[in-house]
Design a protein around this ligand. Structure first.
Ligand code: ZN
Ligand code: ZN
Length: 350
């Protein structure tokens, strides 16, 4: 990490702690932190997490506090007196900042969050193995659910099936599963409802499995009964945009360039105003992380970056189409990690 001039760094976001130490936990409202000094790193955890936090002898030594005790006494023990302290400003509460001031005399807080996010953008070989596994599980769940699709199933029922299929693979959902049918597919943030699949529906599935914390993220589409000409047309445009974006990915180009590659295709087909989100987002320990692939973004792609490609067209009252895959930047281009059937799957309506 740069900021060599810092006396100490105090990391509190569970994702950063997982990234830096391999210890994954959700402490809820309790204090959990990684306290780093030039010569030491200490995990301060709730007593509930002591056992798991200390399980790996390679890991940082652990200080555990019990409910009713003052965790900042342990923070003080780990950090000592420290006037200038690196913290994650997006995660540290004002209350925690005030407590640090009185516990360790931190008068100046320096934001190290952007640097940690930057480190996380490019994946190591060990991380890539987990990403690939997450994507493979996600692919198999997609196939299983597509094969079981029938008219009359509700969005909620399908979301539950996806959840059960992910669990059966010893994985966890990366995020709340999205199943959107008929006109609901045009609403980008729609929670699964009791609406049942019927003839003519487009059905959008957006979900992912996380393996050892690393997230897959996939969107696939089905149609109940033979697709109409318009459904076929819009699906074909989105698929062309998706392929154009993937084609454009290589080290040295910017994230904005990749967004533009998809956007040009959709604009040329006359649907520009109906593609109203970015083309993709970074993926890893979090389902949305750096880099963001939006129209104004200019992050230069590097090998090892992992992100989604997910153009979409949404026509209110009619329905929406999105196709999402996960890619890793490699020398000369990219490799698509998700391999689930990319076609518009047709469900027999009778
Ligand atoms: Zn998604
Ligand atoms: Zn996504």
């Amino acid at each position: 990490m740069a900021h060599e001039d810092l006396e100490a760094v105090y990391i509190t976001s569970p994702v950063s702690i997982a990234y830096l130490t391999g210890f994954r936990a959700d402490p809820h409202e309790r204090l959990m932190a990684l306290a780093v000094r030039p010569d030491s790193a200490t995990l301060v955890v709730p007593a509930l997490e002591r056992e798991r936090a200390g399980a790996n002898p390679e890991q940082a030594p652990v200080l555990a506090w019990r409910d009713g005790e003052d965790p900042y006494a342990l923070v003080r023990e780990a950090l000592g007196e420290c006037a200038r302290l690196g913290v994650e400003k997006e995660h540290l509460t004002v209350l925690a900042a005030e407590s640090l001031r009185s516990a360790v005399g931190a008068r100046e807080l320096v934001d190290v969050a952007p640097e940690i996010r930057r480190l996380r953008r490019t994946k190591t070989a060990a991380e890539m193995e987990k990403m690939a596994r997450a994507c493979a599980i996600t692919d198999s769940v997609a196939e299983e659910v597509m094969q079981g699709l029938r008219p009359g199933q509700s969005e909620l029922e399908l979301a539950m099936r996806i959840g059960a299929a992910i669990s059966a693979c010893d994985a966890a959902p990366s995020f709340d599963t999205s199943v959107q049918s008929g006109a609901n597919s045009a609403i980008p943030h729609h929670d699964p409802s009791g609406r049942k699949l019927e003839a003519g529906d487009l059905v959008l599935f957006d979900f992912g499995a996380a393996f050892e914390g690393y997230c897959g993220d996939l969107t696939r589409m089905a149609v109940v009964g033979e697709p109409t000409a318009r459904q076929r047309e819009i699906y074909a445009v989105v698929l062309r945009a998706h392929d154009a974006a993937i084609e454009s990915v290589r080290p040295g180009v910017t994230t904005g360039h990749v967004d533009a590659a998809a956007r040009h295709v959709i604009e040329a087909a006359g649907f520009g105003e109906y593609f109203f989100h970015r083309v993709g987002h970074g993926l890893g320990l979090e389902v949305h992380e750096d880099p963001s692939l939006d129209p104004r973004s200019n992050t230069v792609l590097e090998t090892g970056m992992v992100f989604t490609i997910e153009p979409g067209i949404y026509l209110a009252g009619w329905g929406g189409v999105r196709i999402e895959d996960d890619v890793v930047v490699e020398t000369g281009g990219c490799r698509v990690l998700s391999k689930a059937d990319r076609s518009l799957r047709v469900v027999r309506s009778a």
